[in-house]
Ligand binder design. Structure first.
Ligand SMILES: Cc1cc2nc3c(=O)[nH]c(=O)nc-3n(C[C@H](O)[C@H](O)[C@H](O)COP(=O)(O)OP(=O)(O)OC[C@H]3O[C@@H](n4cnc5c(N)ncnc54)[C@H](O)[C@@H]3O)c2cc1C
Length: 398
C-alpha cells in the first residue's frame, strides 16, 4: 500500500543528498513508511555537496582513529561497498589508484605517518615508491617519493546518487522534493515537521523518527529542535579548476589521482585538515555513456567563506593553484578553466563525522559534519545509522 503524507510517518529523513538516499535505502530493507524531504526541485537537481564534489572514492588513509574514528572506519568500509555496488549496478567507477607525492626528504618522512595509518585503518597494499617509480606510473609527475594507494578511485557522483535513489524508490521510499523542513517540534508519538513548499504554502506531518541528513544545513536543522545545540558549522568552500589533458599532450596525465602531502589550513573559523590541491581524472558524459575522458579536476582549494550559501566570494587566482601544483610542472594559467565550488559541511572544532541521537529527543538522529570523505562513506554511514536505530529499538523493547 502506498504511504500517504497524512499518516503518522515511521521515519522522516531530512535531505536527499547521497547520505539521506543511502540511509533511506538501507532502512527500507527492514522498515516501511519512510519519507525523504528535499528542498531542491529534484534529487539530483540543485545545489548540494553530493553534486559538487571531486568524485573520489577515498581509500581512508587520511583519518587517524583517535581524533577521527568514524571517518577512519566508515571511509574504508564505504570504499569497498561502492566498488561492489558499482559493479553490481553498472555505475561508472574505476579503481585508478592514488599517488600522494613528497617533494623532499622532509615530506617523505611525513608520508610514513600515512603509511602507518593505512595499516591501522586496514587499507590494503599501500606502499612507498621512489620518484623513478612515480614517473613510470605518471611520467609527468615530479616527486622525491610517493605513497601508492591502489584502492583509491573515482566514481560519477550523480549517476551513483541516482541509482541509490531509484533503488530506494523501488523499495517503497517516498521522496518529496521542493519541500523544505522549516520547523520541528516534539509531540505525542513523535515529532511534528513543518513543511514549506516552493510556492510558500506550509503543511505539517508527524513522524515517529527523524533523521537529519541536511548536509551543510544540518546544524541549522539540529537547532530547530535544540536551539542551544553546542556545535557551530564552519564556513569553508572547496574551489576547483579543470584542464583538458588532450590539449596538453606534452604533460598528459595517464589517469591516476595525484595528491600532495596533506596539509593543515588556518582559516578565520579555525584550523582545518585539507588533502591539498590535487589532480583527479573525471568522468565525462559522451552521449548516454560516462567515460574517463579528457577532463582533469584541479583542486579543491579550501577557502574561508561568509555563509553556507556563499558562492560570491571569488575563486582564488589561478596562479595560487599553480603554486600548489609544483609536483606537476608545465601546467600554465592558460590551461586552467573554472570548474566548480562546493561549501563543505564542516564543523568548528569537531573534525569527525557527528552521528548521534539528539541529546533530548532520542528519536531524532543528527548526521552533522558529513564533509569529505562523506560521499565515499555514505553507504557505511547508512549501515551505522541502521545499527543505531536497532540498538535504540532493543533498548525501548520494541
Ligand atoms: C568541493 C567538495 C569536494 C568533495 N570531494 C569529495 C570526494 O572526492 N569524495 C568524497 O567522498 N567526498 C567528497 N566531498 C564530500 C561529499 O560531497 C559530502 O560529504 C557528501 O556529498 C555529503 O552528502 P550529504 O547527503 O550529507 O549532503 P548534501 O549532498 O549536501 O545533501 C544534503 C541535502 O539536504 C537538503 N536540505 C538541507 N536542509 C534541508 C531542509 N531544511 N529541508 C529539506 N532538505 C534540506 C539539501 O538541499 C541537500 O540536497 C566533497 C565535498 C565538497 C564540498
Amino acid at each position: 500500500m502506498a504511504n500517504s503524507v497524512n499518516d503518522v510517518l515511521n521515519i522522516a529523513i531530512i535531505g536527499g543528498g547521497i547520505v539521506g538516499c543511502c540511509v533511506a535505502w538501507e532502512l527500507s530493507k527492514t522498515q516501511a513508511g519512510i519519507f525523504v524531504f528535499e528542498k531542491n526541485p529534484g534529487i539530483t537537481k540543485g545545489e548540494n555537496q553530493s553534486s559538487r564534489n571531486s568524485g573520489v572514492n577515498h581509500a581512508g588513509i587520511n583519518y587517524d582513529r583517535k581524533t577521527r574514528p568514524l571517518k577512519a572506519r566508515l571511509c574504508v568500509e564505504g570504499n569497498r561497498l561502492w566498488y561492489d555496488f558499482c559493479e553490481r549496478y553498472q555505475v561508472p567507477c574505476q579503481k585508478t589508484g592514488k599517488l600522494i607525492v613528497a617533494q623532499d626528504a622532509v615530506q617523505n618522512r611525513g608520508l610514513d605517518r600515512y603509511l602507518r595509518r593505512a595499516a591501522e585503518n586496514g587499507v590494503a597494499d599501500v606502499r612507498k615508491i621512489s620518484g623513478e617509480e612515480v614517473q613510470d606510473l605518471e611520467p609527468n609527475v615530479k616527486a622525491h617519493a610517493a605513497l601508492f594507494v591502489p584502492t583509491s578511485g573515482i566514481f560519477e557522483p550523480t549517476a551513483l546518487l541516482h541509482q541509490v535513489y531509484a533503488l530506494a524508490s523501488n523499495q517503497g521510499v517516498e521522496f518529496m522534493t521542493a519541500t523544505e523542513i522549516v520547523a520541528l517540534a516534539a509531540v505525542a508519538g513523535g515529532l511534528r515537521l513543518t513543511l514549506c513548499y516552493r510556492d510558500g504554502r506550509q503543511d505539517s506531518i508527524v513522524a515517529r523518527r527523524v533523521i537529519n541528513a541536511a548536509g551543510v544545513h544540518a546544524v541549522g536543522v539540529a537547532r530547530l529542535i535544540d536551539p542551544d545545540f553546542p556545535i557551530q558549522a564552519a564556513l569553508t568552500r572547496g574551489d576547483s579548476l579543470k584542464f583538458y589533458r588532450k590539449r596538453r599532450a606534452d604533460i598528459y596525465l595517464r589517469g591516476m589521482n595525484v595528491y600532495p602531502a596533506p596539509i593543515v589550513v588556518d582559516t578565520p573559523t579555525g584550523r582545518h585538515h585539507s588533502v591539498g590541491v590535487h589532480l583527479t581524472p573525471t568522468f565525462d558524459r559522451v552521449g548516454a555513456e560516462f567515460v574517463i575522458g579528457d577532463t582533469v579536476t584541479v583542486g579543491p582549494k579550501l577557502i574561508p567563506v561568509k555563509s553556507l550559501e556563499d558562492y560570491q566570494t571569488p575563486v582564488p587566482p589561478v596562479e595560487s593553484f599553480l603554486e600548489d601544483l609544483s609536483f606537476f610542472p608545465g601546467l600554465t594559467s592558460a590551461d586552467l578553466e573554472s570548474h566548480q565550488c562546493g561549501v563543505h559541511a564542516r564543523l568548528n572544532g569537531y573534525p569527525d563525522f557527528y552521528i548521534q541521537a539528539d541529546r533530548t529527543y532520542g528519536n531524532v538522529i543528527h548526521l552533522l559534519g558529513i564533509d569529505s570523505p562523506g560521499f565515499t562513506a555514505a553507504p557505511a554511514i547508512a549501515r551505522y545509522v541502521a545499527r543505531l536505530i536497532d540498538k535504540q529499538m532493543i533498548q525501548q523493547g520494541a
